[in-house]
Ligand binder design. Structure first.
Ligand code: FES
Length: 108
């Protein structure tokens, strides 16, 4: 199932998309990294809130890390690890995605 058009993604700027993951409709954080793409559930491990402050509007630190809009947990965007804040040491839940025919699709 298509998640979104790859060309809509700006390198290093997280975007939000909806997809069916394990049978449920989920909001995803989708990140382009050159020709590659990564995704995580748009759910903060701290209190289960969405990471964006409005749909698709994510806060980034000056270092390009994703900052949860609820209580400021900060995540690196290689592996989704929380580096600072109330869930430090935990991680975003990764969702396997890939680029196929110009679309971001769920892998597997
Ligand atoms: S829900 Fe994200 S920091 Fe609390």
């Amino acid at each position: 199932m298509d998640v979104m058009d790859f060309e809509l993604l700006v390198d290093g700027v997280p975007a939000e998309a909806e997809a069916m993951v394990d049978g449920s409709a989920e909001s995803l954080v989708v990140l382009r990294d050159g020709d590659a793409v990564r995704a995580w559930l748009n759910v903060c491990p701290h209190a289960g809130r969405r990471l964006d402050w409005a749909p698709g509007k994510f806060l980034l630190s000056k270092a390009g890390q994703l900052v949860c809009a609820a209580h400021g947990a900060t995540f690196e965007l290689q592996g989704g690890q929380c580096l600072a804040g109330p869930c430090r040491g935990e991680a975003l839940r990764a969702v396997s995605v890939q680029v196929r025919d110009g679309k971001v699709v769920l892998a597997g």
